[in-house]
Design a protein around this ligand. Structure first.
Ligand code: FNR
Length: 392
């Protein structure tokens, strides 16, 4: 519990009484442009653009613009409680960090800085299976910075021994919930990377979880420290996994005793199948528009999915969240929690851990204030009736 909006008061007080302004803008939509000024062309090409023509990423944002919040007055919303329990985890607010790979592309400390920022704020740090640091390293960094929760994201390798090993390592390192990303069994068509022939994994960046894995290492003739090229080739032979089907979920269900959510769900039918197959949640997501060009906007998919399975599963959401007000819209349309993606990466690019933390605190403050100004004391009071469609 806590009024995250107090962050706003602190900023005014620092400015007026101590002459200190925030180092980064509090307008989170401006950070993309700022980050673009400091990022290398390779990093920018990997992060910013989306699959194909970029239609899905644009649709993600346009979908938010088509909804408007209807603020209600005189409802005594001075005290708010944003606490939310999702995937077996009690969160101070319904927000988690989306799993993002290869974060050393934007800052030398990469995921370690992000894990510290998340822990300091108390939000779940979600370790990407494509991270530049191992899950154990990130867990250690997070634990030293605070006691925020940790979740693990799985890209399901074709080698079952490696897959099982990832799961047991993540559990041992204190990751309590599992997000299985289903939309990236191979990479989408990403012209910005293709035009430069750039894929960081092939130079050994973003595959730390594999390189440090005993089951992965056991099948190499020589350790990655001696022959990185061979290790990368082995990674490339087990990372794409286009043949996965619903029945395969038993494998992870049997090896993970905590909550499991499927990430990348956009259809109510798939959401029902997730529930039928013993899953605990879904993340409605189109991977920030990075996989299927022309896919449905994630926010447009959210309502129908929440309606289909909201009483059976925890429904989480990402793809397009840029501000606290965006989070309010997604919560109103049925998400129990939202994952914030690129914005914290921009904070990381600009100011490392402090930058990522700044983004999270701004987002939480704006979420809290938007709730307050709209007449709600907790996210659970939001419903689709909290919104109206914008006039065409
Ligand atoms: C991602 N995303 C992602 N998802 C995942 O499950 N595992 C991963 O390793 C990554 N890596 C990754 C890298 C980069 C550079 C981006 C931008 C995204 C997708 C991520 O979790 C989330 O779905 C999107 O970032 C949400 O969209 P927005 O909010 O960034 O537009």
């Amino acid at each position: 519990m806590g009024n995250f909006g107090d962050f706003q008061t602190g900023i005014y007080a620092n400015g007026m009484f101590a002459g200190q302004k925030p180092e980064l803008s509090t307008g989170l939509t401006q950070l993309e442009e700022r980050a673009a000024e400091v990022l290398s062309a390779d990093a920018l090409g990997y992060i910013l653009p989306s699959a194909g023509s970029g239609a899905t990423a644009r649709a993600n944002r346009e979908a938010f613009d088509r909804w408007r919040i209807v603020p209600r007055m005189l409802r005594g919303a001075a005290e708010r409680d944003l606490t939310t329990t999702v995937l077996g985890t009690t969160l101070p607010a319904p927000v988690a960090l989306a799993p993002i790979g290869v974060q050393t592309l934007v800052h030398e400390e990469g995921e370690l800085a992000t894990a510290r920022a998340a822990a300091a704020v108390g939000l779940p740090y979600v370790h990407s299976c494509a991270a530049s640091h191992s899950p154990e390293q990130a867990a250690e960094a997070a634990a030293a910075a605070g006691d925020g929760p940790r979740w693990f994201q799985l890209y399901w390798p074709t080698d079952p021994d490696v897959c099982a090993s990832f799961l047991s390592r993540a559990r041992a390192a204190g990751y309590t919930a599992l997000l299985v990303t289903l939309d990236t069994t191979t990479l989408g068509w990403r012209p910005a990377d293709l035009d430069r022939g750039f894929l960081p994994f092939l130079r050994g960046e973003g595959i730390a979880t594999f390189l440090t894995d005993p089951a992965f290492r056991a099948k190499l003739d020589r350790p990655p420290e001696e022959d990185l090229g061979a290790a990368v080739m082995r990674w490339a032979s087990i990372f794409p996994n286009p043949g996965l089907s619903w029945d395969d979920l038993t494998f992870v269900r049997e090896r993970w005793d905590g909550p499991i959510a499927l990430k990348g769900i956009l259809s109510p039918d798939d959401a029902r199948l997730a529930a039928d197959h013993g899953m605990d949640g879904v993340v409605v997501s189109n991977h920030g528009g990075r996989q299927v060009d022309g896919a449905v906007a994630a926010l447009d998919a959210l309502g129908p999915v929440a309606e289909a399975v909201g009483d059976r599963l925890d429904v989480l959401f990402d793809s397009g969240i840029r501000t606290g007000a965006d989070a309010v819209k997604a919560l109103a349309l049925g998400a129990k929690a939202v994952l914030v993606g690129r914005p914290y990466l921009y904070g990381l690019a600009l100011r490392g851990r402090e930058g990522a933390e700044h983004v999270l605190r701004c987002l939480l403050a704006e979420l809290d204030l938007t709730l307050h100004h709209s007449g709600y004391r907790s996210p659970s009071q939001l419903t689709p009736a909290s919104l109206v469609r914008a006039p065409a």
